[in-house]
Design a protein around this ligand. Structure first.
Ligand code: NDP
Ligand code: 8X3
Length: 248
């Protein structure tokens, strides 16, 4: 039977591209997000058995009841891609909005932990599995006005390391993927719907595309059994650090 992959944040950007790449590779898919209509449209477009789960990753009881409600033939999840997350705002620390901080810490960190907890019990019982956490170059270098988002992504790196230490003995691989600037809805969310400001982030250079990250994730989960791809950083060719971009 083909492997089952659960992808969070599959309604947009990197998660959607990952679902598409995984479908082409023949995986069965569990697609998660809050926007059910987008999940339905994606599931209908993919030529692979797919189920959808609607939940907010910040709500542990919604996460665990959605994943616990999967039919028995869908419960043996082989691959978890912890991709759901966003930046909210771009402000100096003394001007930051507490609601934005909560959304980033609760979504990017707690949400990743909640979904992992719900999936890991079965992986440990089966003594096999693969978790791919979507970190960021923001987790490697802090940039001005981004302290809380960067902290959330540094936490993802620490959790990836800790997971690897705890789970290797249970036959579970852990991969941390750290992309630079990828043109998705990320900046539209960060700037609260200001599309003109979001477009400026990607002006004057050729940014990463969500498909580039999806290819990398597919590479990591396709490695031979004896190989763990532990950590991958990828930038657009014009970028060398989060705020160092060669624009034409
Ligand atoms: P998008 O805004 O395009 O996609 C974000 C996805 O996350 C959506 O599917 C959204 O689904 C989901 N999501 C966000 N918050 C929640 C939540 N609380 N509960 C459930 N789902 C949620 O952005 P990207 O594709 O760019 O972002 C995906 C990941 O990649 C994020 O973790 C981001 O931090 C990371 N990343 C992005 C980079 C970039 O430059 N774009 C670079 C490095 C890392 P819905 O709204 O339907 O719930
Ligand atoms: C998203 C990339 O550099 O805007 O994680 O933080 S960056």
């Amino acid at each position: 039977m083909s492997r089952i992959a659960l992808v969070t944040g599959a309604t947009s950007g990197i998660g959607k591209a990952t679902a598409e790449a995984f479908a082409k590779a023949g995986f069965r898919l569990i697609l998660c997000g809050r926007r059910q209509e987008r999940l339905d449209a994606l599931a209908a477009a993919l030529a692979t058995p797919t189920v959808t789960l609607q939940f907010d990753v910040r709500d542990f009881s919604a996460v665990s009841s959605a994943i616990g409600s999967l039919p028995s033939e869908w419960q043996s999840i082989d691959i978890l891609v912890n991709n759901a997350g966003n930046a909210h705002g771009l402000s100096a620390i003394h001007e930051g909005d507490v609601t934005d901080w909560d959304a980033m810490i609760d979504g990017n960190v707690q949400g990743l932990l909640y979904v992992s907890k719900a999936v890991l019990q079965g992986m440990v019982e089966r003594q096999k599995g693969h978790i791919v956490n979507i970190g960021s170059v923001a987790g490697k270098y802090t940039y001005a006005n981004g302290a809380v988002y960067c902290a959330s992504k540094r936490a993802v790196e620490a959790i990836s390391e800790g997971m690897r230490l705890d789970l290797t003995q249970h036959g579970i691989k852990v991969t941390n993927v750290a992309p630079g600037a990828v043109e998705t809805e990320f900046s539209v969310v960060r700037f609260k719907g200001d599309e003109a400001r979001a477009a400026k982030v990607y002006e004057g250079f050729d940014p990463l595309r969500p498909e580039d990250i999806a290819d990398t994730i597919l590479y990591a989960v396709s490695a031979p059994a004896h190989v763990t791809i532990a950590d991958i950083t990828l930038y657009a060719a014009a970028q060398s650090a989060p705020t160092t971009i060669h624009r034409k």
